[in-house]
Structure formats: structure tokens, C-alpha cells
Design a protein around this ligand. Structure first.
Ligand code: NDP
Length: 264
């Protein structure tokens, strides 16, 4: 039986949660949720100042005043990934929940002269790092019968000509999730993905798209069947469900958090 079966989505007491890319955006909101719910949280990102700020939020939210572990590491660097996982094990001794969240989007169509550079970057950040970190963490999840949640995107199944390399990368994450569910199920480890539509975070400006995406978000808000775009809390709630025992028989699933939007 998975150790996650002892938790509900608002009580993660006794669990160690590693969330990559948790110094901002969705990852930071996840850190705060898990900290508030009693977990020992690991905050990661490249920017030490932002990692420190989120860790400090987590410290104040933690009911038992647990101190969030801060690990500044770039997940596109193999040695950093190893140091990240080694530090967690050395300092906290276990990992119960892995959320592969670090990632970014990028513009790229077949006519883009820099397409292959964008493609390589997307594959390295959004796919390769997830595979490597998962490989490093699995032996520890075997001990705790833990859980993996990958942050994919609704663009994994909805083609978008402007974000083609990102669509490919997130499509790969969905298949990786299903392969992991098959291989790790017999070890008591579940693996699912959460696939959000657009959420307002630093993601939009990190693509270098400037104001273009501001207009796209507005249009999305007006056309989504629910007449709004997703919030970080929508994503957090989906992750918390999949990380908890409430989803004890759910594995290999891509949970769309997209309000039934048909185009993003
Ligand atoms: P943000 O840009 O707001 O946050 C990204 C986080 O990842 C930051 O904490 C950033 O910190 C960290 N990060 C980026 N690159 C690296 C790296 N190489 N190594 C370690 N950490 C890194 O984006 P979101 O929170 O919106 O995105 C989180 C996930 O959600 C991504 O996987 C994204 O693809 C996915 N997603 C986002 C959507 C959206 O519209 N926002 C929609 C669908 C999916 P730092 O800069 O300090 O490294």
C-alpha cells in the first residue's frame, strides 16, 4: 500500500516533498500548500533570493514550525540534480512526494531560424531534467512507497504552432508519466501528471513574448467555457489530490486543468 494512502489533500504531516522549480509561480504556491499542510518542504530554483523568500513563507505557514530546506540548483545541470537529491537525503533522510515542476515555455515554429536551439532547450529543461531527477529519486520513493506528480501542460494534447517545441516536450512528459506508472506501480509508487491551461505566473514573461501573451490570456479568459483562466490554486488543488491517498488507485493519468478550453 502506498504511504500516500495515509494522507488527505490537506494533511501531509510527516511527508518530505521535493518540488523542483519552487522559487516562483506554481511551484512556490505548491510549497506553501504542502508547508501549510504539515509537510517538510524542499524549495528549489536557480535564484537563491527567491528560494529564500519562498522558504521563509513556508516556515511561517508550517503548523509545527518546520524549516523548509533550500537547495539552489539548476535542473538542466546533471551535477546540480545529483546534489539536489543528495542534499535532501542527507538532511531529511527520505522523499515521499516528488513534484517535477521546474520548466518553461518558448516560442518556436518550423519557420523559426533558431528552432533547433529552442528545441534543445525545451528538451533539456522540460524533459531530460524530469527523467534524470525521477531516476535519482525513485530508489528513495521505493522505500516510502511514494508519489510522483509531473507538471505537464494542456499543450501536450492541443497542437499550437507558436509553441511547437514546448508541445513536443510536454507530450513526452505525458508518455513518461504513463511509462513510470507501469514500471513503478508494482513498487507501490504512483505517477500522474497535471496538465494546466494558461496560468498567470512568470511563465509568460520568461518566454520573452512581452505583451503578446497578455492579449492571448485575455482572449482565453473570454473564450474558456468557464469564462476565466486557471489560477495557481486550481493547479495546487489538482496536485494535492494526486499526491494524497485520496487518489490511491489513480496512476498514469494526465489530469487536465483547462476548464474544457479547446485551443490551449
Ligand atoms: P514560472 O516561470 O513562474 O516558474 C518557474 C519556476 O521554475 C521558477 O521557480 C524558476 O526559478 C524555476 N526554474 C526554471 N528553470 C529552472 C532550472 N533550470 N532549474 C531549476 N529551477 C528552474 O512558471 P510556472 O510556475 O508557470 O511554471 C511551472 C510549471 O508549470 C512548468 O513546468 C510549466 O511548463 C508548467 N505550466 C505552466 C503554465 C502557465 O501558463 N503558467 C501552463 C501549463 C503548464 P528560477 O528562475 O529561480 O530558477
Amino acid at each position: 500500500m502506498s504511504s500516500s494512502s495515509t494522507t488527505n489533500s490537506k494533511d501531509f504531516s510527516g511527508k518530505v516533498v521535493l518540488i523542483t522549480g519552487s522559487s516562483g509561480g506554481i511551484g512556490a504556491a505548491l510549497s506553501r500548500h504542502f508547508a501549510r499542510s504539515g509537510a517538510q518542504v524542499v524549495v528549489n530554483g536557480r535564484n537563491g533570493q527567491n528560494v529564500g523568500k519562498v522558504a521563509s513563507d513556508c516556515n511561517s505557514l508550517s503548523p509545527k514550525k518546520l524549516k523548509a530546506l533550500q537547495v539552489v540548483a539548476d535542473v538542466t545541470i546533471d551535477d546540480d540534480c545529483r546534489r539536489l537529491v543528495d542534499t535532501v537525503i542527507c538532511r531529511l533522510g527520505r522523499i515521499d512526494i516528488l513534484v517535477n515542476n521546474a520548466g518553461a515555455g518558448a516560442f518556436g515554429s518550423i519557420y523559426d531560424p533558431k528552432l533547433m536551439q529552442t528545441y534543445d532547450h525545451m528538451m533539456k529543461l522540460d524533459v531530460r531534467s524530469v527523467v534524470l531527477i525521477t531516476q535519482l529519486v525513485v530508489p528513495h520513493l521505493e522505500r516510502t512507497k511514494g508519489v510522483i506528480v509531473n507538471i505537464s501542460s494542456s499543450l501536450s494534447v492541443k497542437p499550437n504552432v507558436h509553441f511547437m517545441p514546448y508541445c513536443l516536450a510536454k507530450c513526452a512528459i505525458d508518455m513518461f508519466t504513463k511509462c513510470m506508472a507501469l514500471e513503478l506501480g508494482p513498487k507501490g509508487i504512483r505517477c500522474n501528471s497535471v496538465n494546466p491551461t494558461a496560468v498567470r505566473t512568470n511563465f509568460q514573461s520568461a518566454t520573452g513574448a512581452g505583451d503578446i501573451l497578455v492579449g492571448v490570456l485575455k482572449q482565453l479568459e473570454e473564450t474558456n467555457p468557464l469564462r476565466r483562466i486557471a489560477t495557481v490554486d486550481d493547479v495546487v488543488n489538482a496536485v494535492a489530490f494526486l499526491a494524497s491517498g485520496e487518489s490511491g488507485f489513480v496512476t498514469g493519468t494526465a489530469l487536465m486543468v483547462d476548464g474544457a478550453s479547446i485551443w490551449v
